[in-house]
Ligand binder design. Structure first.
Ligand SMILES: NC(=O)C1=CN([C@@H]2O[C@H](COP(=O)(O)OP(=O)(O)OC[C@H]3O[C@@H](n4cnc5c(N)ncnc54)[C@H](O)[C@@H]3O)[C@@H](O)[C@H]2O)C=CC1
Ligand SMILES: CC(C)CC(=O)C(=O)O
Ligand SMILES: [Mg+2]
Length: 356
């Protein structure tokens, strides 16, 4: 198979985790005889420094013409007070690609179960997916303004926007444990009242799939108290952003969780859920979220399930030996942990073919 992948390394730990993701892709190319054309483009703070724009026209054109986009992370204190912010480029990219469905699977690895802040019997049942609406809501606020004395953001959702993301969640639940939890704030927000109404209508078209509604504050509590109750969570942009970072703690670290973002048509975007982690020293980032984002890309954009499963298995096998980066209490660096995963991947595939 031959595919064009645009790589947006971005800022902070972005280039380090992107390097790990590319090494995994090169290993998969070699082991399975694929050709991945990896095209690097400037994005985020790095693009502001070069062009004064976090999403240069050249970067956007390359993304739109690609088979898939792999993104690491953007942002950092250097640009916090700059006229242009890296995060603005991320929102503009998601909007331009039309990637409304952000899928964030949350599982807890057997080998890192003891690192979860939850009791083991609670954490071991964690297996859910957050389906986050990604191109609407308050992050795309209009009108939005600010004076010295007052600031305004606007939260808007249309029926169509709610319907398509909730439909996505129901279709996904049909392939899993057949339960959707819709999270809103319908006791206060008008947008949430519409969200709940539309969700009820969609549910009528999916007999056999259970629907429950939770208010976002109670949902935040339930995610810690009884996370095993969730199968597919569907929620709006801001709530999904916050709840998925909370969910990552169940797995032991924000550095573990990947995501895929899909449009109605055109290339999908794959990225770890974490940010640029400016507080980390060089070569300390956990590359697992990026490796899993690569696996999601291989599976969901290219249909390469065996390759995706091999990556996941290699990560699991390395974690089982006790090797881990410092966020999980281990001693490995980004590069040494990646070396182990690559060795494991190669050994596993060759053993499978009886050649080791
Ligand atoms: N998709 C993106 O590009 C995102 C960008 N950001 C941006 O990143 C910058 C930093 O934001 P924060 O709030 O600090 O969030 P963050 O996600 O970068 O970091 C939060 C905490 O998790 C740790 N962490 C994150 N990823 C890790 C990894 N792979 N391995 C080990 N530890 C990891 C960090 O060291 C930090 O203590 C900001 O400029 C923010 O806007 C934040 C979230 C998403
Ligand atoms: C930096 C934000 C715009 C995005 C974010 O935190 C996320 O998508 O998880
Ligand atoms: Mg976030």
């Amino acid at each position: 198979m031959e595919k064009q992948i645009v790589c947006l390394a971005g800022d902070g730990i972005g280039p380090e985790v992107m390097a790990a993701g590319k090494r995994v892709l090169h290993m998969i190319e070699r082991l399975y005889q694929h050709k991945f054309h990896l095209q690097d483009e400037l994005f985020g703070g790095a693009a502001i420094d070069a062009y004064g724009n976090p999403l240069p026209a050249r970067t956007l054109a390359a993304c739109l013409a690609s088979d898939a986009v792999l993104l690491a992370a953007v942002g950092g204190p250097r640009w916090d007070t700059a006229p242009e912010r890296p995060e603005k480029g991320l929102l503009a990219l998601r909007k331009a690609l039309g990637v409304y469905a952000n899928v964030r699977p949350v599982t807890v690895d057997e080998a890192t179960l003891h690192l979860s802040p939850l009791k083991e019997e609670c954490a071991k049942n964690v297996d859910f997916v957050v389906v986050r609406e990604l191109t609407g809501g308050i992050y795309f606020s209009y009108p939005k303004h600010r004076t010295n004395e007052q600031a305004t953001d606007t939260l808007t959702y249309s029926r169509r926007e709610v319907e398509r993301i909730v439909e996505y969640a129901f279709r996904l639940a049909a392939t899993r444990r057949k339960k959707v939890t819709s999270i809103d704030k319908a006791n206060v927000l008008e947008s949430s009242k519409l969200w709940r109404e539309v969700t009820e209508e969609v549910a009528l078209r999916y007999q056999g799939i259970a629907l429950e509604h939770l208010l976002v504050d109670a949902a935040a509590m339930e995610m810690i108290k009884n996370p095993g109750r969730f199968d597919v969570i569907v929620t709006e942009n801001l709530f999904g952003d916050i709840l998925s970072d909370e969910a990552s703690v169940l797995s032991g670290s924000l550095g573990m969780l990947p995501s895929a973002s899909h449009a109605e048509q055109g290339p999908s975007l794959y990225e770890p859920i974490h940010g640029s982690a400016p507080d980390l020293e060089a070569d300390r980032a956990n590359p697992i979220a990026m490796m899993r984002s690569v696996a999601m890309m291989l599976q969901q954009s290219f249909g390469l399930s065996a390759e995706a499963n091999a990556i996941e298995q290699a990560i699991q096998n390395v974690l089982k030996t006790g090797k881990a980066t410092s966020d999980l209490g281990g001693k490995e660096t980004t590069s040494s942990f990646t070396n182990y995963v690559l060795q494991e991947l190669e050994a596993q595939v060759l053993v499978g073919r009886g050649r080791a």
